[in-house]
Design a protein. Structure first.
Length: 165
């Protein structure tokens, strides 16, 4: 068992509080990648385990949100890569429709988001569905703020075109 320093214990305490306070948002973000309740829960679980195991890599407790979202994003991408060969059966789709959970109210918007390249979709979801600031998104994605703004505006243009068609 690893012994944590006082600083790491404080970080861990803040991280645990953040996770508890934001579990629904983390789940929604994971769900936006996989569109499956169980898979999203698995991704969030893996993300929490990885974040707690790597608490020493968190430089500043004020940046927990972008740091945690980056871990969730990476776990989701890894999960998708590992499970590429998994094909959703029509029974799963019908069951999801019957249960009726986690549906966006505007299905056209959801379809348009799904058509966006991942680098654009992630930024739109973080900005408008998770209410993250541009600076936090830039920090999370390790990009320049102006790059994030440009991608966001490009994504919004693509969404506008896609929805209007």
């Amino acid at each position: 068992m690893k012994v944590l320093s006082l600083v790491e214990r404080k970080k861990e305490k803040k991280l645990k509080k953040y996770i508890v306070d934001n579990k629904e948002a983390l789940y929604r973000f994971a769900y936006s990648y996989v569109h499956n309740e169980d898979d999203a829960l698995d991704i969030v679980h893996d993300s929490i385990c990885k974040s707690l195991a790597n608490i020493n890599t968190l430089k500043d407790t004020d940046s927990i949100k972008p740091w945690m979202y980056r871990i969730v994003s990476n776990c989701a991408i890894d999960y998708i890569r590992k499970n590429k060969k998994y094909v959703t059966s029509s029974e799963d789709i019908e069951l999801d429709d019957l249960i009726g959970y986690d549906k966006y109210e505007d299905i056209d918007l959801q379809r348009a988001l799904d058509l966006l390249p991942e680098k654009y979709r992630t930024i739109v979801i973080l900005r408008y569905f998770e209410d993250m600031k541009i600076a936090d998104i830039a920090k999370m994605l390790d990009e320049n703020e102006n790059t994030i703004k440009t991608r966001l505006y490009n994504a919004l243009d693509k969404l506008k075109i896609s929805i209007s068609e």
